[in-house]
Design a protein around this ligand. Sequence first.
Ligand code: DC
Length: 526
Amino acid sequence: MARSGSPPDTATGLVVALDGPASSGKSTVGEAAARALGYRFCDTGLLYRALAWLALERGVPLDDDERLVALVPELELADDGGGRFRRVRVGGRDVTDLVRGERVDRVVSEVARRPAVRAALLERQRALAAPGRIIMAGRDIGTVVLPDADLKLYLDASVEERARRRAAERGIAPDDPEAAAILADLRRRDAIDSGRAVAPLRIAADATVITTDGRRFEETVAAVVAAIRAAEARRRAARPRRRAAEPPAGDRGPRRRRRSPSRRPARDPARPGHLTLLIRLGAFGARLLARLLARVTVEGDLAGLPRQGPLVLAANHLSNLDGVVIGGWLTPALGRRIHWLAKKEMLAWPIAGRLLAMSSFHAVDRGTGDVEAFRTAQRILEAGNVLFVFPEGTRSRTGALGRAHDGLAALALRTDPPIVPLAVFGTERVWPRGRFPRPGGRVVLRVGTPFRLSELGLPGVGDRRLAKVAATEAIMARIGALLPEAYRGVYAAAVAALEAGQGRGPAPSPTDPDGGAGGISTAGVR
Ligand code: DC
């Protein structure tokens, strides 16, 4: 494949996600940066545009999922010979200029918001990125299509600036009524792209935002090139010795984020998720103990829990018995091991500490704490394993939900795993905080329906902090909804909003505290 520019060492080529709103310059900037770096490039918006255009041509209603999806195989992205996909063909005909017209502008967001359409285009985008060394531009590349991208960039500009640029491109004077219409149309498209239920436009938690207001095109390209070069250098620095041992570029298959071995904790969260005899015995022992102490009822669709891939189990926390019940029943239901985060002191206990370490308990030093817990949790999910989290971090003192840390939300915004909300209650009477167990009484474990944050259309685009607050509310509302009313605590309003059918909890409040020790928080995480 011919490439221009002078590529650095091919082994350091990255997968780069380049997201941003309509007319933020992603495709022109991305292509220019790709040329400068000798990278491939793909403008994924072309796929959605070409599909909308073809639907109009064929008279396919824009809400007819079945017929829309049937059109997808006819779309063909065209390589310019340098690995840059900036043109699209249908039936061998180059329709790029047609799909960029106003007629398509008006309807494309309607097509792109349809979950069936997005699902039909997902694998094609992933397959294109798999060989690596690519800049892929779109709306959801860093959040959904390539959540493991080596570098995520988000190109932003105010809607006024974007409208000005678009008007100038079309030779329209700023005071022309058509310029006002362009501004209104961009606002409308932003609202649809950001508000749709599936894969909304959102800044990935680990993205670098490049704001282009007042910047010349060349300056923006230079900023993107510099960000990619810096990420390549970081990777080279992080893997000095392993490179020689790696197979040559091109033989490496789909690219995964690789990390310096020195940053791995002693117990590797990436190890397989299968059940060992020890873990089976542990779960059996946990069920036995729980049954000795209480009558345990487990409710929910245990058979419907995902059997593979990354998964987060998130529960409220009332008692030491919570983890016993959850581990005891969910380990056999899942058929794979659950990874737990534990105080490092626990893993230092004689014998028991060793058994815990062998049972996928990961030591977290609460003194240096949060960043380490976050990274361990991230590696567990990146390896496709099951992570258990008490989002509140510690047992409730009141018996009702307390404020959750924002770490789980940050993690889930980054990796978008399915999250299973869990509620456990009655444990606070059987094994109260700070006391010995008091056998007798009933304990209930409720297993909710798995969901992904990307399905919820959460607010907070453009503001990481608001996105985390909204995501935390959404997770806690779903846990709270499984609890009896008296246990819903500070999330009672969020549960009420969820149950009233809003589906996303109340608007986030910027005054929400971040939380303190315990749990996972993102304080200090880049
Ligand atoms: O970037 P663009 O304006 O050419 O995108 C066209 C439409 O496709 C726009 O409505 C957003 C949508 N799109 C998307 O939803 N996801 C992508 N990855 C790329 C584009």
